[in-house]
Design a protein around this ligand. Structure first.
Ligand SMILES: [Zn+2]
Length: 216
């Protein structure tokens, strides 16, 4: 993964989606048929999204599907991910978002399933993960789920679909991918610490300072 922070041309944007899928799969953050991704060039009313049903780590750029924000296929030979509803709902509401990832990160989900909240155990957890809402279970791939995701993720970098998975958003794919990684890292640290006792947290006066500095 490279080209951080650059508004990529279409060819490199598609390659970055493919690289993201391979990276997430190789680290066990999604299965070959679970998870999906999309990205758009800044400000566009359309996005490239992973196809439905295909084995994600083996995807080629030509397998990706270009859809408009109503889910209509503009280009591509496969059906878009069944989760296109929430991808387009997010793009419609968040002009600051150009990339969306959906994973089934096992430690993040394990803690959410047990209703264990992530605490401010690291600087990243205190800032990026200060507020990760959990949406109660809704059947995947529905317009209802899409609309609720669009509303819930306003002003957030990540959210959890209970009994299902994680959604992260970013200015670009690198930012969305980093948030998946930070979430899972904090979840693993929390899991390990809880074996021996409650995890040590950043002192509350320091949290207040962080919140002021980062306007959380
Ligand atoms: Zn899923």
């Amino acid at each position: 993964m490279n080209n951080m922070g650059i508004n990529l041309d279409e060819k490199n944007l598609k390659k970055q989606i493919i690289d993201c899928m391979k990276s997430l799969h190789s680290r066990g953050l999604m299965t070959g048929v679970g998870g999906n991704a999309s990205a758009r060039q800044m400000g566009e009313e359309k996005a490239w999204i992973t196809p439905s049903g295909l084995y994600k780590p083996d995807l080629n750029p030509s397998d990706l599907v270009n859809i408009d924000l109503e889910g209509k296929v503009i280009e591509g030979m496969f059906k878009p991910s069944i989760e296109w509803y929430f991808h387009t709902a997010i793009y419609k509401k968040r002009t600051d978002v150009n990339a969306i990832l959906h994973t089934h990160s096992p430690f993040t989900m394990g803690l959410a399933l047990a209703n264990v909240k992530l605490r401010p155990i690291t600087f990243e957890a205190a800032t990026i993960l200060a507020d990760v809402p959990i949406l109660p279970f809704k059947y995947p791939g529905t317009e209802e789920l899409g609309n609720q995701v669009g509303d819930t993720i306003l002003g957030k970098r990540a959210m959890i679909l209970q009994n299902h998975g994680v959604i992260t958003v970013g200015f670009d794919l690198i930012e969305a991918l980093s948030t998946v990684e930070i979430l899972e890292e904090a979840a693993i640290m929390t899991f390990v610490a809880n074996i021996f006792g409650p995890p040590e947290e950043i002192p509350s006066d320091q949290i207040e300072l962080i919140k002021k500095l980062y306007k959380i």
